[in-house]
Design a protein around this ligand. Sequence first.
Ligand code: HEC
Ligand code: HEC
Length: 800
Amino acid sequence: MNMRQLIRSALALAILGIPFLLGAAIWAGGGLSAQGEPPEPVATRSTPIAITHDDGFVWSVNPDNNSVSVFQVADDENTKVAEIAVGTEPWCVAITPDDSKAYVTNMASGTVSVISTVGRNVIKTIRVGTEPFGCALTPDGGKLYVANHSSDNVSVINTTTDRVSRTISNVGAKPHGVAISADGTRVFVTQFLALKPADDPRPLTQSEGADDGREGRVTVINRQNDTVIGVVRLAPIADSGFRSDGNTLLREPLTTVFDNVTGAFPNLLESITIKGDLAYIPGTCSSPNGPFRFNVNVQSCLSTVDITEQIEAFPTLNMNIGVAFEPVGTRLFNTNPFAVAFKRSADEGFIALAATNRLLRVTLNGDGSPTINPPADATDPGNIIRIELKDPDEIGLVDDEDRIGGQNPRGVVLNSTDTRAYVMDFLSRDIAIVDVSGDDPTLYRTLARVQSADLPAPGTDGATVQRGKYLFNTAIGPVGTQPNSVRPAGRMSDTGWGTCYSCHPSGLTDSVTWMFADGPRQAISMESTFEFGAASIVNGVPLLPDSHQRALNWSAVRDEVQDFTRNVRAVSGGGGLITIDANGAPVPEGPAGLAQLPDLRPTANSGLSADLDAIATYLAVGVRAPNSPVPSQLGTVIGRVVFQAQGCHNCHGGPNWTISRLDYTPPPAPEEIVDAQLVRFLCRVGTFDPALFSDGVSNEIRANNVANVQARGALGFNVPSLISVFASAPYLHSGAAATLEDVIKNVTHRTAGLSDGSDLLTSPVVQRFLVQFLKSIDRDTRPIFSVSPTRPGVCGPTGS
Ligand code: HEC
Ligand code: HEC
């Protein structure tokens, strides 16, 4: 501790001394129930916000401030009493049953901070796996389970010694949310991203892009011996309840008749909450088959697991069903559900809807199946209860809704008497205190919001990033004039439907292959859209080409992030953020404005809307590349030599691990463009097969066409960055390669970097070293600069 820290701690102690004594007093009495009996053990779960068992204090993490805040909440005191520095990007907090210690996972640091609740100081930092996210204590407090999102394992911490007692491997990919049964025998861990079912016989070229191509998964661990004892499969929903006017994979082009049933699979399994014999898992379902329209690409899902039988209990509930019967002015989709908390003494719970800034009430039927009580038809008012996260004095400031009130709620916890809900608002960096007492749910309301951590100072680049991050994660945005963009909705999507987050969680990728207008397209992870540390932000816009940005999309059909306003208007059905075009002409809201907002030419889309530019700024500087779980070791060192000897760096070289980098200020010169693609950035590496269109069943087909057309790809593909490539399976534009091993099996591709076409990768042993190196690449890996041209005729315009 240096002098400044010492003085700061001394001051903090002096200031906090009084509330701390008070807290200790409350705690002394609070561990026991009124009768003096120890409280009934309850199921636990990972959450960014937790309450002490005596209901005295709420703890909430501040992922963007690297701290955790403590609030005194007894008797609705609702004041922040401490903010404790922890590691980088804390996402989960768990409090021991005796309220003496708090554990916080630090995702970017790869550690768990152990905090004394009495001294409110970090007493120990425990190294765990890579990117620890979720955490939960056993109800008896004996063990802490930590889900390591990027090393695909679970660390078990003995809370007596505060050491890792066991690391459980084979828990599946991207372990994320954790819940432990009330009897303490079973630990449930969600796998964040959906995966291909093992019993799906279709090749990836047919299952990728299909609405039933993946399933959600929850891993079950036996607490006694810390071994994996099962995996619960969350099946795709066969009928999402929303119809499409075409079916890309079945070769039915866009019509005007909405008669095609669409399905969706559970994805982005954010968290898991146990009540009774069931576990409830909120997430965003993906419906990747085209053609797209705002209500047939993502859904708001709640899956259920029978924790005794360890099987899915009911088909996944789509919480968007019924929305069409809500009147305009009330109608709002329930977008990006992140967490659910239930009352102990009632079959009622609350879901944090991150993208629509609200809590949604959910009730349980007799069999435990959940419902949000939607209207059944236009004559039925239904009973959907959504609670706004606004201070009483913020209500009524309707037009500024997306700049006031709690933003992006990601966690919710109830007190033990079921009277208060506490909500962690990620992007407004506060907690909301909600009164959920009484018999009339229509009277539930937010009592207060209390700041949890500082926001970036207004006018700074940090504030621009924050605004962009908000817009990226919200389904609402500024108010518009069309019925679908007036409050409670806004310009970012049709009636609060969609977000960028739905396909790009944390600015990264959902790993889904979407049947887009160019063909089957893996959502692109955007940690490397701009070269890290190279962005030049001027007046809230990343300057091009100075900011070292890639040509965009697999087919290099775009050159500015601002071009993605087209997705807002076309796919999400939103009003859009640009109101005046490059020539100063007014742009109508929604799809009608698309003609004035070109992908490439003749005008640029940067600088037309401060809000849209803020999204670009967020992507330029605000997306963190996942940390690789593979350390530098002999195998990776050999693999690096192989990479270089094989000339991979002639395409995947440089600090951004791709040679794709804009070198002009948009718009591009007309001769840059062939078939709507920036052809200079494309390389043909043998990964495109036209037969996968002509066979009539595979996915190399473009969505939204009046007649069926082969997907783009014949001219080659924009070279992807290899930063954190370990994290984004499956691979290639169409998801056709399940693993990195599969990617380098393609001889045309792997030999494309050497002018003589020689192949050093014929031996499986050498391939294995190369894959080890690929898996180790992240932002800390020393770059390899491209030196020589690729094999002639591979990159750039055909025939050059
Ligand atoms: C329905 C899923 C989906 C949604 C919603 C979505 N994206 Fe994407 N995004 C994709 C896919 C798929 C690609 C690759 C598309 C291609 O190559 O044709 C992509 C590519 C991108 C890229 C190119 C990155 C690069 O380095 O090439 C950017 C930028 C981007 N998206 C930004 C956004 C923004 C901003 C939003 C919100 C307005 C958004 N996306 C919403 C699926 C989505
Ligand atoms: C001539 C340029 C070129 C060379 C040389 C090259 N690649 Fe690629 N690489 C590409 C292109 C283009 C793609 C995208 C192809 C597609 O999606 O169909 C790609 C895709 C990949 C991917 C998948 C990334 C993702 O996110 O899906 C990996 C991994 C990869 N390459 C590794 C390598 C390795 C290892 C080597 C050397 C053995 C290599 N590449 C050589 C151009 C190249």
